[in-house]
Design a protein around this ligand. Structure first.
Ligand SMILES: NC(=O)c1ccc[n+]([C@@H]2O[C@H](COP(=O)([O-])OP(=O)(O)OC[C@H]3O[C@@H](n4cnc5c(N)ncnc54)[C@H](O)[C@@H]3O)[C@@H](O)[C@H]2O)c1
Length: 261
């Protein structure tokens, strides 16, 4: 119960990895705020978590790209729960296209959600955490934040930027006792993003069948399997806990060794 009575905000927490992160913290006693543009699913996820883990969970509508909405949400969290100990900047989107065919509006949208959305959420969380002289911010980055991604330039650019932002915030917030880190997961092949859209997008942009895409990405992993939600949530919880009190400005690979290939 490392997070008993701590307040944790997870952006993009309604489904997928974000939901798994919400459950991990709830399982260790945290009060969890599930923030997502998909309000209906965010509320359903929060209700499910309250029922399953007997903790307080709140589902709210929040677009990470909307500075005013994020500011208001953070103020409400502070008023309602008395503070914010952990921010998980998880909301992210992916649009894969060849650069010659990439509409600038779509490229910009990926940067807007994945990079600027992270900045906006971190900014307002830092305002609360700075006052209270403690806190932990963790960005859900990607292995594509350290290595280019084939026909997937917007996503890789947004995630590379996220590591620069993480390191810079870590430097700026260190004197206030606020730690800022990122995790870089490999391919969550059985998760929502791959199942709902990535297999199709990569098959199309790479001229492969869905089965060939799965084989291609499995073959890149020395440990021989895709990344699971549990692989990621255990590292996220460790980084947010006092056990990681000497870690800041890091971007931890959770890839089964994929970056070595
Ligand atoms: N799936 C993977 O293989 C993988 C690998 C590495 C990193 N990641 C990262 O993990 C994070 C979660 O991805 P996922 O696989 O669970 O994807 P997902 O698409 O299943 O979930 C993303 C969630 O973010 C929400 N969201 C999207 N735009 C938003 C916005 N503007 N404001 C608030 N919420 C918004 C969506 O509604 C959704 O609930 C992302 O940052 C992604 O880049 C995923």
């Amino acid at each position: 119960m490392r997070f008993k009575d701590k307040v944790v905000l997870v952006t993009g927490g309604a489904q997928g990895l974000g939901k798994a992160i919400c459950e991990k913290f709830a399982g260790e006693g945290a009060t969890v705020v599930v923030a997502d543009i998909n309000e209906t699913t965010a509320k359903a996820t929060a209700a499910e978590i309250e029922e399953k883990y007997k903790v307080t969970a709140q589902g709210i509508n929040m677009d990470v790209t909307d500075d005013f909405a994020v500011h208001t949400t953070m103020e409400e969290i502070e008023d309602t729960y008395g503070g914010l100990e952990v921010l998980i900047a998880n909301a992210g989107i992916l649009k894969a296209r060849e650069i010659t065919q990439f509409p600038v509006s779509e490229w910009r949208q990926v940067i807007e959600v994945n990079l600027i959305g992270y900045m906006i959420c971190a900014k307002h969380a830092c305002q609360i955490m700075q006052k209270r002289k403690s806190g932990s911010i963790i960005q859900i980055n990607s292995k594509s934040g350290k290595k280019g991604s084939f026909r997937n330039s917007a996503y890789a650019a947004s995630k590379f930027g996220g590591i620069g932002l993480t390191q810079s915030l870590a430097l700026e917030m260190a004197e206030f006792g606020v730690r800022v880190n990122a995790v870089c997961p490999g391919n969550l092949l059985d998760g929502t993003l791959w199942q709902d859209s990535l297999f199709k997008q990569y098959a199309q942009t790479q001229g492969l069948t869905v089965e060939e895409v799965r084989k291609k990405y499995m073959d890149q992993v020395p440990l021989g399997r895709g990344c699971s939600y549990d692989d990621v949530t255990s590292v996220v919880a460790f980084l947010a806990s006092d056990e990681a009190s000497y870690m800041t400005g890091q971007a931890i690979n959770i890839t089964g060794g994929q970056e070595m290939r």
